[in-house]
Structures are given as structure tokens and as C-alpha cells.
Write a protein that binds this ligand. Sequence first.
Ligand code: ATP
Ligand code: MG
Length: 231
Amino acid sequence: NWEPLHGDVEFRDVSFHYPDGEEMIFEHFNLKVPQGTNVAIVGETGAGKSTLVNLLCRFFEPTEGQILIDGRDVRERSQLWLHRNLGYVIQTPHLFSGSIAENLRYAKQDATREEMQAAMKAVAADSIPERMEHGYDSEVGEGGDLLSTGEKQLISFARAVLADPRIFVLDEATSSIDTVTEKKIQDATELLLHGRTSFIIAHRLSTIRQADVILMVEGGKVIEKGTHEQL
Ligand code: ATP
Ligand code: MG
């Protein structure tokens, strides 16, 4: 289960509705993403963008169909394997109860303090442990609830930088992050996109322009697929 990951992703005939929802969000969705492809996902609020990437991260399972990484169903992989090979920053970030350091080490068990600091700095998150009483050993609380949503997102981002994953998923925050931090995150994102398979729910045109493929999602359907020039 620990063989190195290449980074091919495939949605194969995926249909999905939330456990408590009756309406199908996706129906028979097919998409092949070869290793190294940068995919941007755009669409209006409620269109199903987060749902698509949350399925890939295995927060939910497809009602029908399969999601494959390197040709293997993600359901065959452990959560820990996913965490170390697929870096993600989602809209509703979730940390584990424990310290900041423990949360970061989840992505890379043997990470040194210096590596953690560098990762946190890269995403402008280094001020978070600095203002807490016990620095990196400060507890984040149940689900990370002692921190704000923006702070949780930044720590998730640092965790993804540290994991150095083959696949990177980013559900960009539209709010809760100031412009200075946003600029740092943009730089870190560009770094993470290079040479990796990525799925970015993008709001900035610059991110969208750089994508190899743009998925336009509407009402739970991928209505268009193409590059920036084609759309
Ligand atoms: P936004 O741009 O606002 O983040 P989105 O494109 O990411 O929107 P989704 O969060 O994927 O949209 O939501 C798609 C649909 O699924 C919406 O109708 C939403 O209400 C519904 N939905 C999202 N999360 C859940 C959930 N956990 N349980 C039930 N329904 C959900
Ligand atoms: Mg969303």
C-alpha cells in the first residue's frame, strides 16, 4: 500500500448524492486526468465544485462509480496514505485535536522543527504558533476549533507543503484571508502546482489561466471542459 504514487486520477462513471440529500449532484461523470495535469474548477456557488474534490479526498464515497488514483480505487487506500500522497486544503478545514506540530507531522512523520517552520512560513502561517502560549506544541482543540477557519486553512496548507504530495487539491477560500496572506498563498500554490496533478477551485483569473484543463460546473454537471483559450 506504500508504493510511490505516480499521480493519474480518474473519475469513472461517478454518480453522487449526499447521504441526506435526494438529488443527484453528479450523474455518470467521467474524467481522466493524467499525471502532472493542472485542473481548474469553476462555477457558481452551490454548483458542486467542493463536492467534486471532496469525493476525490474521500470525505464522501460515490453513490455509484469509482474514483481511481493510478488505476486503483481510492477506497482501497487508507486515510493516512491519502493524507501523505494527496495534499488538500478544503473549504471546511479540519484539524486533529492535538498540537500544531502533531497536525503538521501527520503529513510527514519525521518532519523537523525547521521543516515545519519553513512550510508554515511559505504560506504565511508562521505567526499562528508565535502568538500561542506553547508555540508549535499548542493544542488546536477538537477539530482545530481553537483556531479560526482561515488559520485552519493555512495550517492545512502548510501540511500540504510539507507532505510534498503528487496530487494537490485546493478549494480556495473566498474570504477569511487577508491580501498579504493571499499573495503568499498564491506563491505557495504556484510552487505546488509545478509538476503535480492538481485540482484547484479557483477564483483568481491568473490561477485559471495557468490551468491545463478548466472544468465548468453548473447544477452538479460538468458542462464544459477545455483550456482558457477554448472557453
Ligand atoms: P461554493 O462556491 O459556494 O463553495 P460549491 O460549488 O462548492 O459552492 P458544493 O458545496 O459542492 O458547491 O454544493 C453542491 C450542492 O450540494 C449544494 O446544493 C449544496 O447545498 C449541497 N451540499 C453540499 N454539502 C452538503 C452536505 N454535506 N450535505 C448535503 N448537501 C450538501
Ligand atoms: Mg465550495
